[in-house]
Design a protein around this ligand. Structure first.
Ligand code: PRX
Length: 637
């Protein structure tokens, strides 16, 4: 058996041989002629000359061997519905959806924007796009009109697939009015909107534009749509993520490299075995949903549970903190993937719930998306009695960058560390300002990657190669390396510890949000002169957004009722623009914000004060009264 160290070394020193072997885990219609083309860095191209299809690998190739086995298990504790689709069923549904999209005029390369709750139709739509070579752009259903509009604008989709409503905590959340408003705000208009009607909220259809999925499905009941063989480097999808500016970035991914990366990670990292059941509790609107609810498990021939609802709500809609464990028991889940926040929520439930169900099928719990704190890790590890495997990655990477690959060699985990560099990733720690490599243990630096980047990694930013290069590859002086924008340290044994972002991105309950986007929404309020949003440590959600607002009318300060009213209006505005996920936990009113003499906002100093830490070097600060005021406001709150 190969040691992980050898496996890793081969991936870096002989990438062509290494990835050729991994590529055999997926089906190719045409074999590739070149493994890695890094002639034009940082644009790495994988498996050139090869042709394949993600939907074929996720669905069709399993029909002969496991057509009657479960593929997609759609469970909703919101509606009480629970339905298992075998690979054959899924194949039929995806073809119906593909035929419907084709009938509307969707062809290879067209974008299809998917704005949907966690229902099976969302999976059909993603797989149907992959089948016909359309590029899907899934937008998180928790986002509201403003966020959605900027994504419609950027993606310019021919068609949008959506639904009447999502549901949370038993309350319907109408999507259609948000979508209509977003289309109104965007200068790009889709030719058609395909809607799943769940009868949760009334819908007004726009004649000539809006179509009902049920109608088209009935029409294409027996449709047979062959997979379009795509070049390995053809785009499979884009997914938007937040960065330092208010404008979200469309992370663009290829087809062949992604298929190989997922197949390989299912084998070496996630211990995914065909015929078993995988349960990732994320959302299709996030990268974890793309990689490990839809494509990864299906490519591996596993059944994947797609869950709509809270972790604390039973199938009867009543409070039940054991609902996920009941699903593990019922579907004999072998691998589960969640986020630390969800575990912290469950930790507040009756501990007896963990003992109530037979969880013996479960071999490991994988957690990602935010730092995993030791008490949470210990609690769940003792409760489940299986290894808890932290894994660190990003929307940009598509699959884990740091973790342990127990499928290659059993490797111990360390509390507080996601693990070691994964094969294919040439990870380094660099000094923030000099760009020098930090070789000694326990030195804090920026986590970077040296190219070529592995299969599955983002190709570029959709329609913006320059932004891709300038944002990610030019942030460290004198070196062309990919910056993760995360701080990290590495210990004597080579384990990494992630210490938070170097930029203005915050992480609320595992959701990645840009403080600039929230600031832009808030400054749109007529009574707001200036605003700063920072992420502040929170025991449950990891971080929450906190807003400091300079009102136009200073009269607000002495009027508690006016403050409360404005705070409410600002929160409502963020809800309407971006969605409740981005809503600040508090809005504090101040007369000035801490800035440098050149006018740059000192977000890190504000954040430090909010967290009761030392605000650091303030020699460049213009007016010290600004921070004192913030201290005062927080003290008063
Ligand atoms: O800051 C890191 C944090 O989440 C960021 C990426 O978020 P996103 O693009 O939404 O992708 C999530 C994919 C799992 C990272 O830059 N992050 C992610 N995983 C971890 C983490 N921080 C600490 N530990 C992790 N395991």
């Amino acid at each position: 058996m190969t040691s992980y160290a050898e496996f890793y070394r081969q991936s870096i020193d002989q990438p062509d041989a290494f990835w050729t072997e991994q590529a055999a885990l997926v089906d190719w219609f045409t074999p590739f002629t070149r493994v890695c083309n890094d002639d034009n860095p940082p644009f790495t191209r994988w498996f050139e000359g090869g042709q394949t299809n993600l939907c074929h690998n996720a669905v069709d190739r399993h029909l002969a061997s496991r057509g009657d086995q479960a593929a997609l298990i759609a469970v909703s504790s919101e509606t009480g519905q629970e339905k298992t689709y075998t690979f054959k069923d899924l194949h039929a549904e995806v073809q119906r959806m593909a035929a419907s999209l084709q009938a509307i005029g969707v062809v290879k390369g067209d974008r299809v924007l998917i704005y949907m709750p966690m229902i099976a139709e969302a999976a059909f739509a993603m797989l149907a796009c992959a089948r016909i070579g359309a590029v899907h752009c899934v937008v998180f259903g928790g986002f509201a009109s403003g966020s959605l509009a900027s994504r419609i604008e950027d993606a310019s989709p021919r068609v949008i697939v959506s639904a009447d409503a999502g549901s949370r905590g038993g309350k319907a959340l109408a999507y259609k009015p948000l979508l209509d408003e977003a289309i109104r705000l965007s200068s790009h208009k889709p030719e058609a909107v395909l809607l799943a009607d769940r009868a949760l909220a009334p819908m007004t259809l726009v004649p000539g534009r809006d179509l009902l999925w049920a109608d088209l499905r009935a029409k294409y009941m027996n449709a047979q749509v062959l997979c379009e063989w795509l070049d390995s480097t053809d785009i499979s999808y884009t997914i938007y993520t937040s960065g330092t500016t208010g404008k979200p970035k469309g992370v663009q991914r290829d087809t062949g490299g992604y298929a190989v990366a997922l197949a390989s990670s299912m084998k070496h990292i996630f211990d995914g075995r065909a015929g078993e059941t995988y349960f990732a509790t994320s959302d299709i609107g996030w990268v974890v949903g793309h990689s490990y609810i839809i494509y990864g498990p299906l490519i591996a021939g596993m059944a994947s549970i797609m869950y709509e609802g809270l972790p604390t709500q039973g199938m009867d809609g009543q409070p039940n903190g054991g609902v996920w464990w009941s699903l593990v028991e019922k579907y004999k889940v072998t691998a589960m993937f969640s986020a630390p926040t969800a575990v912290r929520v469950l930790k507040k439930q009756d501990p007896a719930l963990l003992k109530k169900y037979d969880l013996s099928s479960l071999r490991a719990l994988y957690l990602a998306g935010e730092p995993l704190d030791e008490p949470t890790a210990r609690w769940i590890s003792e409760g489940l009695n299986v290894p808890i495997i932290d894994n660190y990655w990003q929307t940009e990477t598509g699959w884990p960058l740091l973790t342990v690959a127990n499928g290659v060699e059993a490797t111990p985990s360390k509390f507080g560390s996601p693990g070691v560099p994964m094969y294919g990733y040439n990870v380094k720690l660099l000094h923030e300002s000099t760009g020098e490599e930090l070789l000694l243990p326990n030195e804090k630096g920026v986590v970077v990657l040296v190219g070529p980047t592995p299969p599955g990694f983002m190709q570029t930013i959709w329609r913006d190669d320059a932004r891709f290069v300038n944002t990610y590859w030019k942030s460290v002086p004198g070196k062309m390396v990919y910056s993760t924008f995360d701080w990290g340290i590495r210990d004597e044994d080579g384990y990494y510890f992630i210490l938070g972002r170097t930029d203005d991105v915050i992480n609320v309950a595992g959701h990645r949000l840009g403080t600039r986007e929230i600031e832009e929404s808030i400054s749109g309020h007529a009574s707001v002169a200036e605003v700063a949003v920072v992420g502040v440590a929170d025991a449950l959600k990891g971080q929450v957004a906190m807003a400091f607002v300079v009102p136009r009318d200073s009269g607000v300060f002495n009027d508690a009722a006016a403050c409360l009213k404005l705070e409410g209006e600002i929160m409502k505005r963020v809800d309407g623009d971006l969605g409740a996920v981005a809503r600040p936990a508090r809005v504090h009113f101040v007369s000035l914000l801490p800035k440098t003499r050149s006018g740059k906002l000192l977000r890190r100093a504000i954040q430090a004060v909010c967290e009761g830490r030392d605000a650091g070097d303030l020699t460049t600060m213009d007016d010290p009264a600004a921070l004192q005021q913030i201290r005062h406001r927080l003290g008063a709150a």
